[in-house]
Design a protein around this ligand. Structure first.
Ligand code: HEC
Ligand code: HEC
Ligand code: HEC
Length: 403
C-alpha cells in the first residue's frame, strides 16, 4: 500500500510540476508574445539564415549575448531591453550566457559592413585592445575578400535588432498597452527609451552634435586615439594603420589636413556614411572633445605645408568649370550632384588638405569614391592653380565663409 501511495504521489507530483513549471508559463509567454508583438515579423533572407548558422557554428555565442537585460547599465550601453517576441522564431536561441564581448542584440546598423569585415578578419587591427579571435577562415586572404560564409555572417549581424526597430512606434504603443503594467517598474523599463534600436553608436544617422566642452584634453585624446583610431588611421595619423589595407575608401590621412573643430566633431558623432568610419556617439562628450584636440594636433607638425596662394583667377575658373557640381559653388561640398553620391564630396570650408594630398587627389583620384583623376582633362598648370584655389577656401572655425 505504501509503495502504491508513494508511486501515485510521485506521478501526481511530476505531472503537477510539468504543468506549473512548463505548460502554464509557456502559455502565459505565448499569450504575452501574441499580445505585445507586431502582427507580422520580418523573416530572414536565405543569406541571413545561413549567416545565423555560421554564427552558431563559429561559437560567437560563447562570448556574445543577444539579450539586453532589464538593468540600467545594459540599457545605457545597448538600448531597450529585449522583449520576448523579438526572439520568438529564433530557434535554437542565440541568447548566450557569457559576455566576454559586448551584447549584439542591437548590432544591426551600428557598424558599417566594411568595419565588420575588417574586424572579423583581424579584430586587433581595428580595435587594438580586443581579445576577440580572428576569423580569417571566413575570408580569402584579405579583409575585403570575404567568402560566402563571411558575407552571410555580416548579413546576419545586420538583422540583429531589426524586428524591434521596424515594430516602432505603433508596435511599441501596442506592446505598452497590452502589457497592462503601469505599476511594474521592471516592465516599464522596456519602453523607457525613445529610440528602440538605440545602440548609442548607431551609425548612418545624422543629427546635430551637442555642444562640446570647449577645450579638449589633448594628452587624454592621444591615448584614446591610440586605443580606438590608430588601427585604421595609423599611429601618426597617416592613414596607414594595420586595418587600412582592406578598406575602400582608405582611412583619411589625418596628419595632412587641417580640420575645423565642428568638422571633426560631426564626423565622430555621426560616422562617415558609405565608409568603414563608425560613429563614436557612445563616448562621453569630454572624450569626443579630447579626440578632436588630438586629431587637430596630428596635422600640426608638418613644416612642408606651404601657405595657400589666393586671388588666383585661373584656379577659380577651373574650379567653376569642373568641380562645382560635386564640391559646391562655395566649396561646401553641397553641389547639385552631391546628394546622389555614396560618399560625400569634401567640404573645403571645413577641411584643408595639405598641398601634396590635394595634388594627389587630382592626379590619382581617390580610390573607392567618385573623385576621379583629372590628368586627362586638365593641364598641369590648371591642376596646380585649382589646388591652390581649393586650399584657399578654408575658413577654419570661423562661422561664415570668406566669399
Ligand atoms: C573569445 C571571445 C569572443 C568570441 C568567440 C567572439 N567575440 Fe566578438 N568580441 C569579443 C570582444 C572582447 C569584443 C570587444 C572588442 C572588439 O570590439 O573587438 C568583441 C566585439 C565584437 C563585435 C563589435 C560589437 C560592437 O558593436 O562594438 C562584433 C560585431 C562581434 N564581436 C562579432 C562576433 C562574431 C560574429 C563572432 C563569431 C564569428 C564573435 N564576435 C566571436 C569577443 C569574442
Ligand atoms: C575601421 C576603420 C576606422 C576607424 C577605427 C576610425 N576611422 Fe576615421 N575614418 C575611416 C574612414 C574609412 C574614413 C573616411 C575617409 C573618406 O571619407 O575618404 C574616416 C574619416 C575620418 C575623419 C574625416 C576626415 C576626412 O578627411 O574626411 C576623421 C576626422 C576621422 N576619421 C577621425 C577618426 C578618429 C578620431 C577615430 C577614433 C576615435 C577614427 N577616425 C576611427 C576609418 C576609420
Ligand atoms: C563627381 C563628383 C566630384 C567632382 C566632379 C570632383 N570631386 Fe573632388 N571629391 C569628390 C569626392 C566624393 C571626394 C572624396 C571625399 C572623401 O574621400 O571623403 C573628393 C575629394 C577631393 C579632394 C581631396 C580632399 C581631401 O581632403 O583629401 C580634393 C583636393 C578634390 N576633391 C578636389 C577636386 C577638384 C579641384 C575638382 C575639380 C577639378 C573635383 N574635386 C571634382 C567628388 C568630386
Amino acid at each position: 500500500m505504501a509503495y502504491l501511495v508513494a508511486s501515485v504521489a510521485g506521478v501526481v507530483f511530476f505531472a503537477m510540476s510539468v504543468v506549473l513549471l512548463g505548460v502554464l508559463p509557456t502559455r502565459a509567454l505565448n499569450a504575452d508574445m501574441r499580445a505585445m508583438g507586431p502582427a507580422k515579423l520580418p523573416t530572414l533572407t536565405a543569406s541571413e539564415q545561413r549567416g545565423r548558422i555560421v554564427y552558431a557554428r563559429e561559437g560567437c555565442a560563447y562570448c556574445h549575448t543577444q539579450q539586453v537585460r532589464y538593468v540600467h547599465a545594459d540599457m545605457a550601453r545597448f538600448g531597450a531591453p529585449t522583449l520576448a517576441w523579438e526572439t520568438q522564431f529564433d530557434f535554437p536561441q542565440m541568447w548566450g550566457t557569457r559576455r566576454i564581448g559586448p551584447d549584439l542584440a542591437r548590432e544591426g546598423g551600428t557598424r558599417p559592413d566594411d568595419w565588420q569585415f575588417a574586424h572579423l578578419y583581424a579584430p586587433r587591427t581595428v580595435v587594438p585592445l580586443s581579445v576577440m579571435p580572428s576569423y580569417a577562415s571566413l575570408f580569402d586572404g584579405a579583409a575585403n575578400q570575404p567568402t560566402n560564409d563571411g558575407r552571410d555572417l555580416v548579413a546576419y549581424l545586420s538583422t540583429l535588432g531589426r524586428a524591434r526597430e521596424l515594430a516602432a512606434p505603433e508596435g511599441e504603443a501596442r506592446a505598452r498597452e497590452a502589457c497592462h503594467c503601469p505599476d511594474d517598474e521592471m516592465a516599464q523599463m522596456a519602453f523607457e527609451m525613445k529610440e528602440l534600436n538605440a545602440h548609442p553608436a548607431r551609425a548612418r544617422r545624422t543629427g546635430p552634435v551637442p555642444a562640446l566642452p570647449s577645450a579638449g584634453d589633448r594628452a587624454a585624446g592621444l591615448q584614446l586615439y591610440a586605443n580606438y583610431c590608430a588601427g585604421c588611421h595609423g599611429a601618426t595619423g597617416a592613414g596607414d594603420g594595420p586595418a587600412a589595407a582592406g578598406l575602400r575608401p582608405r582611412p583619411s590621412n589625418l596628419s595632412a589636413h587641417r580640420y575645423a573643430t565642428d568638422r571633426i566633431a560631426e564626423t565622430l558623432w555621426n560616422g562617415v556614411a558609405g565608409t568603414s568610419m563608425p560613429a563614436w556617439r557612445d563616448q562621453p562628450l569630454d572624450r569626443i572633445a579630447a579626440l578632436v584636440a588630438a586629431v587637430q594636433s596630428l596635422g600640426q607638425n608638418a613644416s612642408v605645408d606651404e601657405a595657400s596662394r589666393s586671388g588666383d583667377d585661373l584656379g577659380a575658373r577651373v574650379y567653376a568649370a569642373n568641380c562645382v557640381q560635386c564640391h559646391g559653388e562655395r566649396g561646401a561640398g553641397d553641389g547639385f550632384s552631391a546628394a546622389s553620391l555614396a560618399i560625400a564630396p569634401t567640404n573645403f570650408l571645413k577641411q584643408q588638405p595639405f598641398q601634396s594630398v590635394a595634388l594627389r587627389a587630382l592626379t590619382s583620384g581617390i580610390d573607392g569614391t567618385s573623385m576621379a583623376p583629372w590628368t586627362s582633362r586638365l593641364s598641369e598648370a590648371d591642376i596646380t592653380a585649382v589646388v591652390h584655389y581649393v586650399r584657399s577656401l578654408y575658413t577654419g572655425d570661423a562661422k561664415e565663409g570668406r566669399r
